[in-house]
Design a protein around this ligand. Structure first.
Ligand code: PHE
Length: 467
């Protein structure tokens, strides 16, 4: 096998990972989920899950990637077993393919809006405009264009493609978002939006906790890119000098900052138009923002800046999602990178086009299905790190960790005991709600604890019989 690629610098890895995390999840998905789930109530649960589950989970995924030095299939085969490694790794690769299929369709919408913003084409009748742009042949066309941009960068490889692109695109996203948030603050009638977003509403949360939990947990994983093996892949290009805990912290804090910043642009603008953002669903951004842009003289410039920013953020996430299946073909099947990029892109061109033609399926795939796949994926990662690797994972955490070293034990404890139960609880809750189960939160918690114990026993027995 030819020698593996790697990052030129640790900064390159961190920027590419922040680029992966900060994307449509922050700007497109977050506002409509927040608005549909009680605003600040959702924000609080989401932030707690980011800190309590997302951060230790992301660190677990990084540990697996750097320990395995391979894409998911190769890494998990080396660390777990050939059979389980192949199965779980394949599940990861499928997850990235599913996510990128719809991600690229939304990326296409954004690209479309960025291109026509200078003329203000959609300013007049935003609802109608989005209606024709969102699903159908136009959507297919722009999806293919978006995929083409992402594929071109992945085609050039880790250091000359991904690392170089991230170093330019990510800072641009941050600067543009700060400018847009400043502009938003000067707009009329935004006070209700800020209040909805930032004033904590305990009553709403108490009354709606079960229904807020699922989307908040799913979104916390989605936004950190955790659970799909995409971050595992990025960490596989690292060496032992990088401090995984420090990098994870920097990535999570930056991503949350970008997410909250995006909320400070989108949510007040929705309110300034008198639109209930919860009604908009996946179209909220496209239907509700144009009137705000249209209402002032330089509107086309602001609109172009806005959709241009979102496009950059979406591309850097798309890169991570495409890199995972591509690098898998390179690692596991020895396919040359450029041919692998073409092959996977052709597949995604087809699956994404299918979703661009089928609205209702698209909604399910981009919401509930994506949440479920990431949750299951994360469960597998924490089980492997916490229950199977144990001390080996600790050693990987410690390598290069510097002053974060004292946190190693408590991290492993969290990954072994807390995360499996919490992740299973979120999974049970989502599945029970989907199935319309009548038992409440307490019952769901009991199911989760029993399931966690059963899984622990099953893993112990499997390890025993193998030895
Ligand atoms: N985190 C990305 C976003 O918020 C989406 C993503 C999910 C990327 C999973 C990679 C893996 O836009």
């Amino acid at each position: 096998m030819s020698s593996r690629e790697s990052w030129v610098s640790n900064v390159g890895f961190v920027l590419a990972s922040i680029g992966s995390a900060a994307g449509l999840g922050n700007i497109w998905r977050f506002p409509w989920l927040t608005a549909g789930n009680g605003g600040s109530a959702f924000l609080v649960v989401y932030l707690l899950i980011v800190v309590g589950v997302g951060v230790p989970g992301l660190l677990a995924e990084f540990v697996l990637g750097r320990r395995g030095r391979q894409t998911p299939i190769g890494a998990l085969r080396a660390l777990v077993s050939s059979r389980w490694g192949s199965a779980l790794g394949t599940f990861n690769v499928l997850t990235t393919l599913v996510i990128l299929s719809f991600y690229s369709v939304v990326g296409g919408w954004i690209l479309h809006y960025a291109l026509v913003s200078p003329t203000g084409a959609y300013f007049g009748q935003p609802q109608q405009y989005f209606g024709t742009a969102s699903y159908g042949l136009q959507a297919v066309g722009f999806h293919l264009l978006f995929l083409g941009i992402v594929a071109t960068i992945v085609f050039f490889g880790v250091s000359s493609g991904i690392e170089r692109a991230s170093k330019v695109m990510l800072p641009a996203v941050v600067v543009l978002l700060v400018a847009l948030a400043g502009w938003t603050a000067t707009q009329p009638n935004t006070a209700a939006g800020y209040a909805f977003y930032l004033r904590f509403d305990a009553e709403y949360l108490a009354a709606n906790f079960p229904s807020v939990l699922g989307p908040a947990a799913g979104q916390a994983l989605f936004t950190l890119s955790v659970g799909s093996g995409a971050m595992l892949t990025y960490a596989s290009y690292l060496d032992e000098t990088a401090s995984l805990p420090r990098d994870t912290l920097v990535i999570a804090v930056s991503n949350t900052f970008i997410g909250v910043l995006a909320g400070l642009v989108v949510i007040p603008l929705l309110f300034s138009q008198g639109i209930d953002p919860g009604q908009g669903g996946p179209g909220a951004l496209f239907v509700a923002l144009p009137p705000a842009f249209a209402s002032l003289p330089g509107g086309t410039v602001v609109a172009t800046a806005f959709f241009g920013t979102v496009l950059l953020a979406a591309v850097t996430s798309g890169i991570n999602l495409l890199e995972t299946p591509v690098a898998t073909l390179v690692d596991v099947f020895d396919v040359p990178r450029r041919r692998a990029t073409l092959l996977v892109s052709v597949l995604l061109a087809a699956t994404g086009s299918g979703l661009a033609l089928a609205g209702p399926i698209f909604q399910f795939v981009s919401g509930t299905l994506a949440d479920l796949l990431l949750t299951v994926g994360l469960f597998a990662f924490v089980v492997i790190v916490g229950w199977l690797l144990g001390p080996e994972a600790l050693a990987e955490f410690r390598a290069g960790s510097g002053r974060f070293d004292p946190l190693a034990e408590s991290w492993l404890l969290t990954v072994s005991w807390v995360l499996p139960v919490v992740v299973l609880f979120s999974l049970t809750n989502t599945l029970a709600s989907l199935a319309g189960a009548s038992f409440g939160l307490g019952g769901r918690a009991v199911v989760a604890v029993v399931a966690a114990i059963c899984c622990r026993l099953a893993v112990a027995i499997a390890v025993d019989t193998r030895e």
